[in-house]
Design a protein around this ligand. Structure first.
Ligand code: SF4
Length: 359
């Protein structure tokens, strides 16, 4: 029997062999026959529906490697979707990502396989909250992390990602001629950005439930257990976690770090599927825990992606005026030149514990 066949028909084993090569060791041989059938079914439905699947870095490996047409972080996915000629976008990710895709591709049908796939960060703030913040701090620009709902983006001057947040904050301060900027909703991202800039930061108390749980003790334990391992952390983690790590950056920056440097042993302080998915693409690197699962991302499965395409469910729409205002904020960010040096939160350890004004 060929590697990856596991009782599959010769044709199905051949069709799914490239995926098996990437996911073997990440999925069990017991799961594979059912997953292989679903992958084949989904790929046929994509052609039938003229659809593409955007798979976030936090999707499980059988989705990420098996059916994702575009893989990456939320903004990268939305930008790819806007360029695609397909009529239908399936967002294998959470609801705010589907909204961002709809904002950037209003003419396309955007589907999400499970409407309950939310986000603790996105649900920490509403458009009404942002309007109140603007009343309290008139004249200050509002910079919003892309991990927000469409109604929050609509109240925003410019969006940012964890990779360009410092650049965007400095641009906004200069453009508005002010020395303070509102950066919402992630408190830890705001604190980590504040440590890299002289622009004052007003922040909101939103948290990513996956990254807020990591502690400096986790890092100390990993160092003791694996003295040679390189530790990479996401800037949605508390600042003491970043200070104890070797490198901190966005999901894309972490992937680049592993691909370019090929460390012998690496710890990725982020959502669990990140390490599994990079593992499928990089040989010879030993990935070690700890990691935390995002329960919202894990609502997306091969089964509900199949059903989503079969029954054209569940459509995500954004009210046109809201979409138009949100698009301005996202487009403003896209139009900025890429940062000369991507945000490297590990370079600012000495300045950690910078005060931010929390709303
Ligand atoms: S990992 Fe955090 S920011 Fe991303 S969807 Fe889950 S809760 Fe939201």
């Amino acid at each position: 029997m060929a590697d990856g066949a596991f009782g599959l028909s010769e044709e199905l084993a051949r069709e799914t062999a490239p995926v098996w090569e990437k996911v073997k060791g990440l999925v069990t041989p017991l799961e594979w026959p059912e997953q292989a059938k679903l992958i084949s079914e989904i790929n046929a439905l994509k052609k039938e529906r003229d659809a593409v699947i955007l798979a976030h870095n936090y999707m499980t490996p059988e989705i990420f490697h098996g059916v994702g047409d575009y893989v990456g972080d939320s903004l990268g996915l939305a930008k790819e979707a806007a360029k695609s000629k397909a009529k239908v976008i399936v967002q294998a990710g959470v609801h705010f990502m589907a909204e961002t895709s709809k904002i950037l591709s209003p003419e396309k049908t955007v589907l999400i396989p499970d409407l309950r796939a939310g986000c603790s960060l996105a649900s920490s703030i509403t458009g009404a909250d942002v309007r109140l913040i603007k009343q309290r701090y008139p004249g200050l620009p509002v910079v919003t992390y892309v991990n927000t709902t469409a109604d929050v983006k609509a109240e925003t001057d410019i969006c940012c990602t964890s990779a360009n947040a410092v650049q965007v904050v400095e641009w906004a301060a200069k453009e508005w001629g002010v020395d303070k900027v509102i950066l919402i909703p992630d408190e830890f991202l705001a604190r980590n950005v504040a440590a890299q800039t002289n622009v004052g930061i007003i922040a909101w108390k939103g948290r990513c439930e996956v990254h807020e749980r990591f502690t400096a003790e986790d890092i100390a334990e990993m160092r003791a257990a694996y003295p040679g391992a390189e530790i990479l952390a996401h800037p949605e983690c508390p600042e003491e976690v970043l200070a104890a790590s070797d490198f901190a950056g966005s999901t894309a920056a972490m992937i680049d770090y592993v691909v370019d440097r090929k460390p012998k042993q690496v710890v990725m302080i982020t959502e669990c599927s990140m390490a599994s998915n990079v593992k499928g693409d990089v040989a010879g690197v030993d990935f070690i825990g700890p990691c935390n699962l995002c329960p919202h991302m894990k609502r997306i499965t091969l089964e509900n992606i199949r059903d989503c395409l079969k029954y054209m469910q569940f459509e995500v729409t954004v009210e046109p005026d809201m979409a138009e205002r949100g698009r301005l904020a996202v487009q403003r960010m896209i139009d900025l030149p890429p940062p000369a040096i991507p945000a490297r939160y590990d370079l600012i350890k000495a300045k950690h514990h910078v005060d931010v004004e929390l709303i």
